[in-house]
Design a protein. Sequence first.
Length: 170
Amino acid sequence: MKTILWATLTANGNYAQSGPEHPPKQEALDDFATHAKAAGNFIVGRRTFEGMRASGGGGAFAGMDIVVVSASIKELPGVTVAGSPQEALSYLQEKGHQTALIAGGADLHNACLGHGLVDELIFNVAPVLEGKGLNLLTDQDNYQYKDVQLLDFKALGSGVIQLRYSLGRS
């Protein structure tokens, strides 16, 4: 199964932190919805999922397989809960999905990268600078410096640029 890690980053490389004062760019949200619909699923961490649900973003994903990765919660209404990224991917593969979209947040992304579970990266770079924020940590236990191959880049609008990379995972 092909796995795609999707994230919105700031121009200085941090995860874009959104909130009421700084909502995410609509172009990035629309892009996520497009990729989720194409895959028919997405994997998300518990805190990110709770944020999505609180903002009312869940309705657009009706009928999709949503897998929430959490070590502490065993059940959430309307979604599947997995104890690890590997368990989430196994579930989606058993359901017959050819692609899995790894949606976030930072802990989930870093765990997937750290375990070598990612085939492609999609980064939407938002035109903002942020003084603090979360980073992708690609130098965890078994994940070191690695060249990636640029597959595509395009402007999404409102200054958001999308970069798509292959990690060359076999």
